[in-house]
Design a protein around this ligand. Structure first.
Ligand code: GTB
Length: 221
């Protein structure tokens, strides 16, 4: 059975793998599940057909047989639970891996997203630089705590898991905001994650969408 996910037809991240379809593509590659990608414009995201799949008019969504899901974390959890290699079988280790999935999305990601959106939303405000300093400190504090916990381990809890996959995608966004470099062990952790063949395949696939979209745009302009 082929699964289908949705992604931006022209991603604002310019093919850097920062949009949230990247984590779903990566999870699908890790478990070796064939998939198709349906590309959507911003207008199509808000059209009734997509809103039936995603109440908030966003990407990614995921369809597999009769199942339709939104929320990247829920999608990655479903892929991990229905495939092999992203969640340990032993119940305690599995619970801890899921704990790291939640930590990535609800504790580490929010201050990084806040920082990355600040420039876009408030870059022209007179108080922007003051706020940026505060947001950077907030993001660095959280990353410092994560760095302490990781120490010199390869992964967050034993073998690579869906917790590491989600955390790595969050750290990609932290790197894009220039707040990762103070934690060399997190830089190395991210490099380890990005070296995985499944990551490489997913990254190349999403980057190709952007390259093809901009090539087509240039040709017809
Ligand atoms: N909680 C949801 C999930 O995890 O699935 C959040 C989904 C979400 O934020 N989707 C964004 C979206 O569809 C794309 S990923 N936005 C369109 C809209 O809301 O109208 C967020 C994103 C966008 C751009 C960059 N970037 O340019 O670097 C990075 C991340």
């Amino acid at each position: 059975m082929t699964s289908t996910l949705t992604a931006f037809a022209l991603s604002p991240d310019r093919g850097r793998g920062l949009a949230r379809d990247m984590r779903v593509r990566w999870a699908l590659e890790e478990v070796g599940r064939a998939h198709e990608v349906r590309l959507l414009t911003f207008a199509e995201l808000k059209a009734p057909e997509h809103l039936r799949l995603h109440p908030f008019g966003q990407i990614p969504t995921y369809e597999e047989g009769g199942l339709a899901l939104f929320e990247s974390g829920a999608i990655v959890l479903h892929i991990a639970e229905s495939g092999e290699g992203l969640l340990p079988r032993a119940p305690d280790a599995r619970a801890r891996a899921i704990q790291w999935m939640f930590a990535a999305l609800t504790t580490v990601e929010p201050p990084i997203v806040e920082l990355s959106l600040a420039g876009l939303l408030d870059g022209d405000k007179p108080w922007f630089l003051e706020r940026k300093v505060i947001l950077e400190a907030q993001a660095r504090r959280r990353l410092g705590q994560l760095s302490q916990r990781l120490g010199d381990a390869d992964w967050l809890d034993g073998a690579f898991s869906a917790g590491d996959l989600l955390m790595a995608t969050v750290l990609m966004r932290a790197r894009a905001c220039d707040v990762l470099q103070d934690a060399p062990n997190l830089v190395a952790y991210l490099a380890r994650a990005e070296a995985r063949p499944a990551f490489q395949r997913a990254f190349a696939a999403q980057a190709l969408v952007y390259r093809q979209a901009t090539y087509t745009k240039r040709r017809f302009e």
